[in-house]
Design a protein. Sequence first.
Length: 357
Amino acid sequence: MKSKILFALAMLALFGSHSLMAEDRYITLDNKPLGTPEKPLVLRTYFPDPGLGREVLANHDLGFRARKYSPGKGDVEGLEDPIRGIPGAIGVNFGAGLSYCWDATECRLLFAWQGGFLDMLNYWGDPESGRRKSNGYIPDLVGPLIYLARGSHPLAVFDDFVESNSPVFKGYRLIDNVPEFEYTQGKAHIRVRIVPGSEPMTFVKQYSISGVEEVAYLESGYKQKVESKDPLNFSVTVTGRLLSESESGELAPDYSTEKPNLEWGKALYTQLGCLACHSTDGTRGHGPSFAGTFGSKRKITGLEEPVLADETYIVESIKDPMAKVVDGFPPGYMPPYPIPDEQIQSLVLFLQTLKNE
Ligand code: HEC
């Protein structure tokens, strides 16, 4: 009897987390915790295209309409709309600091973001009904983009003076839990691992190449540092930056971005991925709920006296989450958000509206 109760309690602890997420977003179907730098999450899924150019997706057949198909009748009258997404990609999440999408067709890093990981609701469907939306099954990215690939492949491989640009994916293996992607391009055999850098918003691509004498690496638009042991074993540290919506090709917002305002704050809560960790209805998530935070006294790890959550406190919490860590929550879980003051002020306005239920 006793063990049954214990079991029920354990199940509650496991599945109780369902109610934690704000606004029905699902990082994974069962809301797994995010990955960590030591043990990233690796997920094969469809990916959205946040505004990649045609040159980046050079080896993709985009936009073909397929015949409609019915499991009972085979091909039926009519055409399906193309699925707008990237089919052969692998998502890796190292926690709040870094997620990226690596594409097996182009054999390159397509984009990176921070904050949450993926909202899989479109892909797996509503857990209650178990149904997904017919052709719209592309998960949403949670959190802001910090890197988006541009132009042709950054790694140029020359075979007898002819540039070969048809990569062939061979697979990936986990080395210390982190995927190492393997592909060939002409005679070159390429292995690459992508890991978080030591500074916020940075990541490191570690290349190890054989089969050719020389390659060239060139990518513009981001600050980067190349360190090499020899011409075929090198690493590139890329410094990302928060990409504006126009850069990432999303729709224009329907709120003003001129002065801080509540509508903008509300939108940033979603766009910057705060909702992956902070609810607005009082339920505990990866981070404390925002309900009733503003103006309350917060218990801080290592401090005797509680601290008033005024504007200064909220601003500091966003820019430098490690400065004061809320009691009972892990330090270093929330990434610092080096965002413009108007955005921070808009978020403050939003938090001010959230009263305790
Ligand atoms: C990956 C999870 C995660 C994300 C994403 C995240 N936070 Fe946090 N946040 C936390 C955790 C964990 C804490 C508590 C520990 C600490 O204080 O660092 C916290 C603390 C805070 C606090 C102090 C709260 C309190 O109860 O006193 C504020 C304010 C805050 N976050 C704002 C934000 C905003 C605004 C965003 C989005 C721009 C955001 N956070 C994104 C995890 C996250």
